[in-house]
Design a protein around this ligand. Sequence first.
Ligand code: GLN
Length: 447
Amino acid sequence: VEHYLQKIESSSHLNAFVEVYADEARSTAAVVDAKLVNGTAGRLAGMVIGIKDVLSHKGHGLQAASQILDSYQAPFTATAVQRLIDEDAIIIGRQNCDEFAMGSSNENSSFGPALNAADNSKVPGGSSGGSAVAVQAGLCHASLGSDTGGSVRQPAAFCGVVGVKPSYGRISRYGLIAYASSFDCIGPITKSVSDAALLLEIMSGDDDYDSTVSTKEVPAYSASLNWEGKARIGYIQDTLENEAISVDIRQRTKAVLDRLRAEGHEVVPVEIPLLDSLLPTYYILTTAEASSNLSRFDGVRYGHRSAESTDLESMYKKTRTEAFGPEVRRRILLGTFVLSANYYDAYYTKAQRVRRLVREETNRFFEQFDFFISPVTPTTAFTIGEKTEDPLQMYLADVFTVQANVVGNPAIAVPNGFDQQGMPIGIQIMAPYFGEEKMLAFADYLT
Ligand code: GLN
């Protein structure tokens, strides 16, 4: 704990943490020490973990990096966080992210951007940017992020660490601030696949507080990291050829596929017919859900309330206008539009239908294949400010990550070397629904 507290202090320019619980971490460490001596310590004894500022931790600040939750404190602890605490993990602080987990660069945080530790002029990715850079820079052993369309995997790739988005319903969302409820997943960010497997195993499983969580038994992921046999792998040829993807990423992706082929795996180019529909489907459905989820922030129940209001109506409006950042306002507007009476069928209903078709396509794919392999991102980490003027460019970069959330399947990002500027590159493995066990074993074998 002392080591990490010093590291956090000396790396404060990275802006990875928005709050550090130094005294509490020290006293928890003392308790865990005593448990280690008397043999009652849990499986995460000594593991120092940071949590994204969207996860409730009773009695601690919780803001989703937004001013609308200014000075709000969580009244209970998220199930995923509680399960880590129950195994004697030490929570060291809450981490910077894009406001309400909306973004790909951590630039939408009301606490300012976090920086990539490999090059401080670059973004760490987002929305779990603080969580990824904290692991990259060695400010904690592991972080918890949330992934609605890539927010664990993309920053993991930009920072050269491991990020897992589990199957939808694998980990309880109780205590996770909702962005788009039918997409949101909590996931670990770690240095190794084995750490990710252990955290996943501990956080997963049935929970009375989340009716969408699966009652499926949780396999011992951390004990199953021994891949054997040959895998059937699909990939899209275009990801090796499309010039919108950086040359280094295409080459590194190809190198992995070549290696797997050489090791006797079946590696086959495939067509994914609805690929062009993924991003529109994702952005229509998630903004719709967000506009509904964020309606609770009205100045009455949580955090900030405008001092300028004259009546109830103006209180709602002024509070929300003052305290939501531009990207959150943009998404509330988009979501309200696609849900409005005149456009509901043209956008929302249609996107729901496309979502079902993509699911069917993906299921058909996994009848023939064990894994789908792709880059995580079309480019490595970009320069701070480079994409802020053009939100559409930012959205388009989510092309590889959103499929797993649209369909609900698990996916993992693992490091795959560096580009010529020394920025980390990731590679993504997507697996069948609830196929975490094999996915983690294969990811471990690959790394
Ligand atoms: N970059 C995506 C977005 O802006 C993903 C966000 C997320 O997964 N929370 O919506």
